[in-house]
Write a protein that binds this ligand. Structure first.
Ligand code: ZN
Length: 112
């Protein structure tokens, strides 16, 4: 009939669409294809104001941040271009002109 995915519960191939839901007639499982897709890239990184950050964004640092393991400080107001989102405690990978490559926490930056 179409290229709908098999039922994730019983693997039946007789699934059909009903609005936004997919329904399995064999085990009565209902699910949303859209929700599943969103879950796969569900990791959303937000700045201090709750705005969603994306790779390539430019942000400013909202407070002085000591760089772990060094005497360097990333000053409040430092502009950070072209951030890259990563997994982990520090979820922003970036390069700051005067300081070099480092990792920041999204809660201490805000998007410009
Ligand atoms: Zn099923």
């Amino acid at each position: 009939m179409s290229n709908l995915p098999n039922c994730p519960k019983c693997n039946s191939e007789y699934t059909y669409e009903d609005g936004l839901l997919l329904i399995c007639p064999e085990c009565a499982h209902e699910w949303s294809l859209e929700a599943e897709e969103q879950e796969e890239n569900a990791k959303v990184v937000r700045d201090a104001n709750g705005n969603i950050l994306n790779d390539g964004d430019t942000v400013t640092v909202i407070k002085d941040l000591k760089v772990k393991g060094s005497s360097l400080v990333v000053k409040q107001g430092t502009k950070v271009k072209n951030i890259r989102l990563i997994d982990g405690d520090h979820d922003i990978d970036c390069k700051i002109d005067s300081l070099g490559a480092m990792k920041l926490k999204s809660e201490f930056v805000k998007k410009i």
